[in-house]
Each structure stands twice: as C-alpha cells, then as structure tokens.
Design a protein around this ligand. Sequence first.
Ligand code: NAI
Length: 328
Amino acid sequence: STTPVKVAVTGAAGNVSYGLLFRIASGALLGPDTPVELRLLEITPALKALEGVVMELEDSAFPGLAGIEIGDDPNKVFDGVNVALLVGARPRTKGMERGELLAANGAIFTGQGKALNDHAADDVRITVTGNPANTNALIAKTNAPDIPAERFSALTRLDHNRALAQLAKKAGVHVTDLKKMTIWGNHSATQYPDIFHAEVAGKNAAEVVNDQAWLENDFLPTVQKRGAAIIEARGASSAASAAAATIDHTRDWLRGTADGDWVSMSVVSDGSYGVPEGLISSFPVTTKDGNWEIVQGLELNDFSRGKIDASVAELGEERAAVKDLGLI
Ligand code: NAI
C-alpha cells in the first residue's frame, strides 16, 4: 500500500527512542515497502532536543519515511495513528517511593490513554515500553474504554530476547536454533523466564540443559537482573536492545509469528493459566494479522507455577495501588 502508516512514539527525544526511530524509518517495523509517517511526542522542555533528532532523521534520507510531525499535545500527535509506541515515562529518581512513581506515571498514562481513545485510528495497536510497563499499559487501557482491550500490550520481549541469548550460550547454539521461549508475569525482577517448553534444535531445552542449579542460580537471576547489570556496566540503562525488542514485539504482532514458534507479550489476561482476568501479564502468544492468541494447554510444573504466581501477585499489588490512587 502507498498510504503511510502513522506510527506514534512517545519519549521521542529519549535514549530508547534514539535507537528506535531510525529503525522504524528504515522499514524494520513495517517492512521496506510500507511508507511510515512518524508522530513524535515529547514534553515541552524536550522539544528542542527532539528537533535535533528530526534533523538527523531527515539527514538519513530514508526512502520509506513519508513525514514527521512532532509536538507536546497527545491529542494532536495521536490523531489518526495506527501504531502507538509508548516509550516515554517518568524514571524513578533517587529517594522516590514506589507510590510516587506510580502516581507520576499514572498521570502520563491516563492522559495518553484518553488521547488515544479519542483520536487514534480504529485499527490502532499500542505497545507500552515505558516502566512500569505492565501497569502503565493497564492504566492506559482502562482510560481508553472505546479501544478493544486486546489492542494494548506491554513489552516483555527484551526479557524474552535476553533469555534466548543466555540459553543459546549455555547450549552452545545460535539463538536461531531456539524456539518457544516464554516470559511469564511482570516486566520486573519477579518475571519468570521458562525454558521447560522451549526447544533447542527441536529438543526440549530443559532436558538438553539438564542443569536445575544453572537454571535457578544462574539463568533466572541473570535474565531477571540484566537491566541492572547493564546500568552497572554502561552507566546508562539499556536503550538499543530495548529499541530492538520494541520493534520485534510490534513487528511480530502486526506481521505474525513464525509457524511452530511463539513470542512473549504482556497482554490482557482472559484468566488463562490462573492469571486474574484483566491484568496485563506476560504470556506465550502466537500472532497473525495484528491479533494475538495466548498459547493454551501448556503443563506447568510446581517450580514454574510458584514463580508465575509470585510475579502475577506483584501485578495484582500494582493494580491495587493504582486503583487506590484513583488511576483506574
Ligand atoms: P529517557 O529518560 O532517556 O527518555 C524518556 C523520555 O520520555 C524523555 O525524553 C522524557 O522527556 C520523555 N517523557 C517523559 N514524560 C513524557 C510524556 N508525558 N510524554 C512524552 N514524553 C515524555 O529514558 P529511556 O532510556 O529512553 O527509557 C524510556 C522508558 O523505557 C523508561 O521508562 C525505561 O524504564 C523503559 N524501558 C523499558 C524496557 C522494557 O523492557 N520494558 C527496557 C528499557 C527501558
């Protein structure tokens, strides 16, 4: 098609977006033959920096970049958007309480949820990358009653990709030899990366690895705490890998998962696997034509059940906290 797809990105002058915008403009999200119009949202004091990013986008002379609009009003920036990547969020600053963080982000995601509700295109798909991603997505969804709940998602694909990288190293294979990785629960240190259904070159990954001590003492904490390890090493939080994961997540949602494989996405629960209905929690999903389905019928051992329950309990607490704050 020659009609450009309108892709909104929030926090567009931030670090993740610096990795994200150029890849979207190059066709990594929608494919090389679909022109894209970028709609970039920032807070007022960051608009000047954003103008610099726009200059660089222009200077890249991307064949598929049909236009760029920037602004600080979500009601204008989200007008007619088909895809919204909600990256901008208030980071936790030193001494900030969890309640304050939820309140600060609550204000952002109630407003953006309403703006999407009133102005986005009928086919809009929304990916929340900004943390706390799952609960921010829940707030946006609840404030957008006219948008079907299944159009909202939160990013656990970076965790999924991190888990693939660790498993590939352990098994001595390339990530392309791996299938059916799953991240369950919250995008936080309680997330549960599950290799019991994953495959290494067609064989069960847990059996190939056959090392419960590695699983519990190495793999799980490495994946769960990878964000902190990157901050420690780089002096800044993961940005390029978060951008790559935001592309992977949204591209697969729009264009479909491969046969015989699945991906991890945080989506609204229908009660599958005992996750309370309405929570936005990470599941194994297959996708086709912009729709996702939770993979059904996986058997969970006691170890997995316990880990999933703990992460889902945390999501329940976050939901209770934002309810108390009147955000949902
Ligand atoms: P950053 O601080 O470099 O950029 C965030 C940008 O958002 C800033 O430019 C800021 O001005 C903007 N912003 C703040 N409030 C806004 C609003 N109301 N509307 C529009 N823009 C707004 O942060 P960075 O490194 O780009 O990270 C962005 C978010 O992504 C953070 O919340 C971070 O925790 C999260 N993240 C999530 C990951 C995941 O796997 N889900 C992985 C890595 C980062």
